[in-house]
Every structure is written in C-alpha cells, then in structure tokens.
Design a protein around this ligand. Structure first.
Ligand SMILES: Cc1cc2nc3c(=O)[nH]c(=O)nc-3n(C[C@H](O)[C@H](O)[C@H](O)COP(=O)(O)O)c2cc1C
Length: 237
C-alpha cells in the first residue's frame, strides 16, 4: 500500500506508551509536517507547544486530568488556536514576497490590500461591536448576493482558527506515525489551568487539543477499530 495511506490506516489513538527518545530531528520533522498543512488564507493561525522535559510533562499531564496517554507519553504537544497572530503573519508573508523576484509589484500590492481587508474584517472590536455592525451589513448584502459570512465575532474567529489547527494536528499525527511513533489526540484537559500554565491569553488563544506522542507500549492491546459505514458518512451527488 502507498506509504501515506498506510500511515493513515495504521494510526490509532494509543492509550499507553513506553519510554522512547524522540530526537531533535524527528521533533523538527513532525512539527514541520504540522505547519505544512493547508490553512485558511494561509494564515496558519496556531502555535504548537512541544512539552518534552520530564518536569513540564508531569505538570501538563496532570492538567490533562492524569490521563494515561498523557502520563506515559514521551512528549506532549499542545495545539493552540492563535487569533492574535494574524497581523504578524500577513506582515511576515508580505516581507517574504518582497524578498522574492517571482512576485510583481502589482501582486504584492494585491496581497497588501487583501491583508488590510482581512484585518478590518477579522477585528471584532470592543464587546464585539464592530462584529455586530459588520454582521448586519453582511446579512443585508446576502439577501441579494451569493456570498459567505466571514468569521466576525471572537467565537467565530476561534472556530475558524480551530479548523486550520485541526488539519495541522492531523498532519502532525500522520508524520509521527510514518516515523514509527504513535499518538493520542486529547481534548480531556483543564483548558483554563493549561492556558494559565502556558501563559496564554483567553483573548487570543484557545487550546484545541493536546497530542500525546510516544511509542505504543508492548503491553497495550488496541481495541478493534470501529467506523460508521461509508454510506453513513458520505453522500455522493
Ligand atoms: C478531538 C479529539 C479528542 C479526543 N480526546 C481524547 C481524550 O481526551 N482522551 C483519549 O483517550 N482519547 C481521545 N481521543 C481519541 C479518540 O477517542 C479516538 O480517536 C477514537 O476513539 C477512535 O479511535 P482510533 O483513533 O484509535 O481509531 C480524542 C480524539 C479526538 C479527535
């Protein structure tokens, strides 16, 4: 079978790991695979916290309610949706475009304009006031024009950023699998305390999941994998 497909089909949420060293090179490959995932407007609205030292891992595992995968993992990755990174990201992409010869002045100006519109659109304002006004305008426009509703309120922005973060998480897990490691995604954690532990701000950050990484323990027996039948999850038009 194709190697990528094999990794996808082999991946399981492993509940007990045995100690294994994850080299810096492996760590980099795993994290690089994560950030190569597609993201909305290529905004990459996330930050990954790699928790690898014994002391930090124990503290984070405790905040994952002492779940076995967290306690036994070689590393924990906290995937954070970061809506405070948008301006810096577009600025950084702009600088990258300016350094390259492939982009004409017109293309750069185009990107600059789009980024500016994005910044205005994605700014909820104090108490969501700007978001409410923009929502009303979009709602009216949508009565006669086919269009999508952009994420306007803070909770919409987090939902929007969570989509891209989740895709990066899946990339990360498949990359780990191809490198002979195993993973367990977890949403069982104390978000408030974990945010505080990592020094995150509720205004800009939301923890999407924590991924335990390690090698499956030889004593751990996986339950059979169940999935809904294809026809229950797919509609072919
Ligand atoms: C968003 C998300 C949250 C999850 N949270 C937990 C968790 O907190 N603890 C856990 O043991 N497994 C967790 N899982 C793993 C699922 O239980 C597991 O993926 C599912 O049962 C299917 O098993 P499989 O991945 O081995 O096929 C989570 C999975 C996802 C995608």
């Amino acid at each position: 079978m194709n190697e990528t497909l094999a990794a996808i089909f082999q991946r399981r949420a492993v509940k007990v790991f045995e100690p294994v060293e994850i080299s810096e090179e492996m760590r980099e490959q795993i994290l690089n695979a994560a950030r190569h995932a597609p993201s909305s407007f290529n905004s990459q609205p996330y930050r990954f916290y790699w928790v690898g030292t014994a002391k930090e891992k124990t503290a984070v595992a405790k905040l994952c309610m002492g779940q076995k995968p967290a306690e036994t993992a070689s590393a924990l990755v906290v995937a954070v949706a970061d809506i405070g990174s948008l301006a810096a990201t577009s600025q950084s992409q702009l600088e990258w475009m300016r350094r390259r010869s492939e982009f004409s002045e017109a293309k750069i100006r185009d990107y600059e304009r789009t980024a500016k519109i994005g910044r205005i659109l994605f700014m909820p304002g104090p108490f969501g006031i700007f978001a409410a006004v923009k929502w009303g305008m979009f709602w009216l426009l949508n009565l006669w024009k086919v269009m999508g509703m952009p994420p306007l309120f803070r909770h919409d922005l987090f939902k929007w950023a969570t989509k891209s973060t989740s895709l990066a998480c899946e990339n990360l897990m498949i990359a780990a699998e191809t490198l002979g490691l195993n993973t367990c995604p977890m949403e069982g954690f104390d978000g408030r305390r974990l945010c505080r532990y990592l020094g995150l701000s509720a205004r800009y950050h939301e923890i999407v999941m924590v991924i335990a990484i390690g090698r499956k323990s030889h004593v751990y027996v996986e339950p059979p994998q169940w999935r809904r039948p294809l026809e229950a999850t797919v509609t072919i038009l």
